[in-house]
Structure formats: structure tokens, C-alpha cells
Design a protein. Structure first.
Lengths: 211, 211, 211, 211
DNA sequence: CATGAATGAGAATTCATTCAT
DNA sequence: AATGAATGAATTCTCATTCAT
């Protein structure tokens, strides 16, 4: 009982630190976020950060892993709540949009290569975990497209899992751009972010669906 | 005459510095590139960098601008050398791939929002220029798609300039992923980067072309 | 009774802490041994160390004192077990060697000045005790040399207690060097540590003994 | 010319830093001397220290090497200025005393093993130099004793170079003690440091000289 | 114009010590 | 009594920037 209480408390503090870090990493970038900044934002002393994380890298790793796991949940939900391909496809698209909104830093993590050589001895465990969760995500998305094949909705010449990867990449680019060039879309083209995204997802759907 | 001689010389030095910076920024990232590193790579003393650029940010800005301009040239070339939509489309795709290969740092710049409020008084001039070149690029790409409409190759419901933007975004995501997950594509899926890109561009082409 | 039980327990814990500290101080040096290290090695929590010692300095002081006391015992044993000067002399020499081997950290303590002004008000009690034990050691060694005088084995011009001090100092230097330059002695001169020490003690014996 | 001027200036600054470091290292120990302390003492900003030395270790290495070289000069002087063994012997003894007075930190360096594995690839050059100067010092001292043999002043059973090593070690111990227990010698035994040293050197001389 | 020299400000990290429980 | 948790102060080292020459 006491043990669990302690663990709960530790998790609470780690979460606070992670949330503060996520916020700052997103706003200013990892490199421009100092441990001092994190400490201030999280409401702890700098030294306390080192009680809960071995170093800055471990904070980064923890955030990334958490983000990947959160996203895996998002994706799995799409598959559970929707049974046919088209629903799953659009649900996944919007899941990604939501995910980017709620965890903008995680979103970037998911799509960035891990700058770590997984074959080296001293690579921290967390990076293996990150890699593995990434794999699981890929598998889940593949399942959606396989459902599409089963339903005979996709073009015959679609190559899986390649196409799922391309979908993945395009969606990333689209969401990213809808964020980065948000103002431009509104002012320059008179389209809201939401409309832009919806139209994009439909356009992409055309690239794979059977005529 | 003398003035112009001076200017030519100044441009020469600025270019040297920019080339050195580009190389290092790409290899190690902006944050991990010190002014010392740039000075060493460019063959000047550190203080000399400050003769030609007000500070590090201005170097970054100058690189971005140069990159955008270089890319604008790429795009314009596509339009000049190819006259029909399909040729222009694929030429543009591969132009982007080439561009990413030759100026990987510029590539990122082109697709990132400038973290600067253009409406503030003190915003350096360079950022306005960057914005303007970006606009020109968009216009050029739009022209390609308008050619597609003219040739009656695109689906009737295609909305321009929205679709050109989406294309833009997707291509970015795809190229980025072909880089970042390069190893994964080869080992995990047995596809070369080149094949992946070609297949992607074709898939994307389907999303817009008429049946 | 209860009081004494408590005291016994307290001594037990203090001893554990001291033993752990000695081990670590020796292996890594005082400066490179953290209170965390000591706590881990001793099997207590860091805060507990502060129950038994006011601070790190007090641990160091306690170790020093213990070491001096241990050495005093060594010296007294030499005097008890050997009755003639020559035996006592060599026994003392080898006692020092043993002592250095078993308590290398204490060994250094015995020969280092305490960096504390004994006349200041706030100087902790332990430093006085250290000083006093040092005095006792000197007295015991002097006794050995006085035995030498009594046996008429020493040169007439030998000045006591000066000579005992010099002996003391030389032996220290020799043992220290046999440790520090151990490799050099073996590789460069082909002499084992043991042989070096024996020869040294004999050479030194010549410096005091009558012809 | 300009080059040499520059070099002279750099050497000047390096010397300032070294002198400040030596003073502080001696007073407070290496571990208790921060780069901040050195900067303050030397009259430079902390960052400037890193202009002239790569890091703290390099300062330590430079000091040690300088100290060893200075001492080698001392020893060579003894051999040049004095031609017979006895003069050389005492001159060397007092050279050491002087050396310890003028460069107390160097003195300790000379007698401490270098905590560095000379066979590792990355070991800085300075440590090899330190080792080599140490060797040269040993050779010079050996020469003195060989002169003693030549003059037939030493006991027949004296083993060289072992005896020179023992002498070396004893003198170290004696000088060290005359420092560390200085107060004790004066108050407790009524002997000045100088008298203690002189008497010690004579006593030691007895241990090697022929009857 | 070009630069060597100098540095203030700040980065990550460590550690002895305190304190509420 | 024993300790988990928290931290202030310090440490080594880096780097963009300035300035006198």
C-alpha cells in the first residue's frame, strides 16, 4: 500500500515535469529549453528534476515514449470504434489532427527518426521502447489498409505496406503545413484550417480508392 | 566602380560564410553549430563573421532566403523545360527531391514557418524577403496545376489553389519520411528510397487526375 | 542499562558508516566520495548519516581518529611482543607496512597535518583527540629508541627524540614511495616491493646504529 | 616578429594562470580550487582560462610538468656547482628544501604517481612529458650516488640505484614532516625546522657512508 | 577591413545538507 | 530513530558577442 502511494506520488511529479517540458519544448524547441526553464515551469527546484530524471535526455526520451504510446492508443481506438475502412481512414486522419493539437511535441517525435544507434551497448532502454511502440503503430495502420483491401475498396495496384507508409507521410506533411501556414491559408486563400484538412483527407482518399 | 568592386567582394565573403554555415547546420543542426565552427569552416576569424552578419540569426535568415531563391529557380526551370502538366508534375517532384539532396537545410527552411511576427517593427528585412519568395514559389506551383486544368487532366472537383497546397504538403511529408525512415524502408520493407519516392509520386498523381 | 544498549547500537551504526567511508575514501579519494556513496555502501539512507555524524567533515575526523588509535595499538603491540631494540625496530617497520596495507587511508591520516587550527573556539572535539593520540604514538616510538640507547646500540651522538621523528618521517616516505612507484621499482629496477622495503629498513638502521 | 610577440604574450597569460593555480592548489588542494577561484586570483574572467587551457586537467598537467622541469634544473645545478659527493649530497638535500619552499605544489607532484594510464591512446601528451622529466631527475640523482661510489665514500654493500631511491623517499618524508609537523617540532621539541632538516640530512648520510 | 583577445551570461549536472513525517 | 524528498549553492565548461588595434 505504502509502496503504491509512493509510486503514485513519484509518477505525479514525473508527470508534472513532463508536462512542463512538453510545453516548453514545443514553444521554444528542445535546445532552447534549459533545465532551469523546466524547473521554473514545473514548480520544482532544478535539482529536483534530477531526482526524477537522470538527465535532460531522459526527459526527452520519456516524453517521446509517452507521446508514442498516447498515439498508439489513439490509433487503436480508431480501429475499435470503426469497423469499415472508410470510417477507419477518416477517423485515423482526425485522430492525428487531435493528437497534434493535444500533444504537438509528441506529434513531431512520432515522425522524427531517433538519432540514436540502437545497436550500441549503452543506448538507454527508453529508445528501444520508443522504437517498438513505433513499430506497433505501423502495424495498426497497416491493419486499416488491409481492411480496405478486404472490403475491395482500394485500387488493385495498391502495394501494401508501402501505401500505408505514403499515407502516413502525406498526412504528416498536410497537418504540419496546416499548422505552419495556418495564417496564410486563412488570409491568402480564405480557407479555415478545418476545411483545408477535410479537403486534404478526401483528396488523399482518392489516391488510393478504387474508381 | 569602386563601390561595386567592394560590393562584389562583400558578397563573395558573405557567400563563403553562408556555404560554410549551410554545411554545418545540416550536418550538426543549427543549435550544435557554433560561430567558432562556422568561422573555422569558412576560413575567417570569428570576429569577421560579425563584419558581414549582425549576428547568428542573420546568418540563419540569409541561408533561408538563399535557399528559397534557389528553390524558386528549380521550380521555374521545371515550368520552362516541360510544357505539359504530367511532365511538369513529375519534374517538380523530382526537382524537390534533388533540392532536398543538394540543399537539405534549405529544404527544411522552405517548409517551416518563420518564427517571427512579420508585423512587428523590429523584424529584420530578411524575413519579409523570405516571405515574398515563398509567395512566388506558391504562384509558380499553382501555374503548373492551372496547366493541368487547362489540359483537362484534373478531376473537375479539384479546388485550386487548395490542391496545389496539399500536393505541396504531401510531397514534403513523403520526402521527409523517405529520409528519416530510410533505413526502415530498406530493411523493413525492402524498398529503395528511389522506388519509394517514385511510387509515392504516382500514387499522389492518382489523387488529382481525372479517371 | 537501556542507555548503554542505545549507546552500543549507536556505536554499531557509526562503525558501519566509518567502515564504508574508509573503504570508499581509499578507493576514490575523499573528494570523489559523496555522502550518497557512503550511504549506499553502508546500507543506510543518506539522511541517517546525519543522525550519527554532524557532517561529512565529522566522518573524516572520526576515521582519522580511529585510524590513529588503531595504529597506536599496532605500535604498542610491537613493544609488548618484542623486548630488544633491533626486534622492536624491525617489528615497528613492518607494523607500519601492514598498517598501510590494511588501513591505507588511516596511514595517510596519521602523517598529515590536520588542517585545523586547534586554538580556535569552534574546532570540533575530535581534532583534539586526534592530536592527543598522535602524541601517544610519538611517545611509544620514543620508548623504542630509548630502549636502543639503554642497550647501547645507538650512536652516541644520536639526539632523541629528534632521531625518532626522523625515522618516522623516512619510513613514511619509503612506504609511500614503495606504493606510488611500485610499478617503476618492478619494471625499471627489478625489485619487488618487499625487497625494496626490507633493504630500506636495513639501510635506515645503519643511520642510527653504533659501528 | 609579430608571431613571437604574440607567443610571448600568450606565455605571459599562461604563466599568470599557472602561478595563480599553483598558489590556490597548494592552499586549498586541487579539488577545492574552482575555475572561478583561479580566474579571480589570476585576474581574468573564467572564460579566459579556457582560452589558454583546454580544461582544468590541462592546467594541472601544465603545473606538474613545469614543476618537474624546475626541479630538474635544481638538481642539475647541484651537480654542476659541486664536484665531490658530500657537497653534492647536501646541496641536493637543500635544493629540495628550497624547491619545496618555492614550489610547494610542484614538490608534491614530483613525488606522486601520475594517476593516468600512459598506455591509453587518449592520454594527453603532457603526461608523457611529465613521466620523461621524472626519469631524467632519477638519472641525475643516480649520478650523484655514482660519484660517491667513485670516491669510495659509500659502504661497499650499497646497492645502486636502489639506495638513491631510498634516499629520495626518505628526504621526501623528512621534508614533508618538517612542514606538516612544523609547529610540533618547535613547541614540542624546541627545534627549528632548519635544525631538524640539517640533523636529518646528516643522519641519513650516516646510513650510506663508509665507516 | 580583419581579427585576436576577452568575457558575461548561461548551460547541464552534482552534492552536502535540511526537514517533515 | 530513520528516511524520502527537496534544494541552494557550486562546479566545469560553452558560446555569442564586443572591442581595441
Amino acid at each position: 500500500m505504502k509502496e503504491s502511494k509512493k509510486e503514485v506520488l513519484a509518477k505525479f511529479h514525473r508527470d508534472n515535469i513532463i508536462r512542463a517540458s512538453e510545453k516548453l519544448f514545443l514553444k521554444n524547441g528542445i535546445e532552447n529549453t534549459s533545465m532551469d526553464d523546466i524547473a521554473r515551469e514545473a514548480g520544482y527546484s532544478k535539482a529536483t528534476l534530477y531526482v526524477y530524471f537522470k538527465n535532460k535526455d531522459e526527459i526527452i526520451g520519456a516524453i517521446t515514449l509517452l507521446g508514442m504510446k498516447a498515439f498508439l492508443d489513439y490509433v487503436r481506438n480508431c480501429l475499435m470504434e470503426h469497423k469499415d475502412f472508410k470510417s477507419q481512414y477518416f477517423a485515423l486522419c482526425y485522430a492525428l489532427v487531435d493528437f497534434q493539437k493535444e500533444h504537438p511535441f509528441y506529434f513531431e517525435c512520432v515522425f522524427s527518426e531517433i538519432n540514436v544507434d540502437l545497436e550500441l551497448e549503452e543506448t538507454p532502454k527508453v529508445y528501444y521502447e520508443i522504437y517498438e511502440v513505433g513499430e506497433e503503430i505501423n502495424q495498426e495502420i497497416l491493419k486499416i489498409f488491409q481492411e480496405g483491401v478486404k472490403e475491395d475498396l482500394l485500387r488493385r495496384d495498391i502495394q501494401l505496406p508501402l501505401a500505408s507508409f505514403i499515407f502516413w507521410a502525406s498526412i504528416y506533411g498536410i497537418i504540419r503545413m496546416s499548422k505552419e501556414k495556418n495564417k496564410y491559408l486563412q488570409k491568402g486563400m480564405g480557407v479555415s484550417s478545418e476545411d483545408f484538412l477535410q479537403y486534404s483527407f478526401e483528396l488523399l482518399y482518392h489516391s488510393i480508392k478504387k474508381e
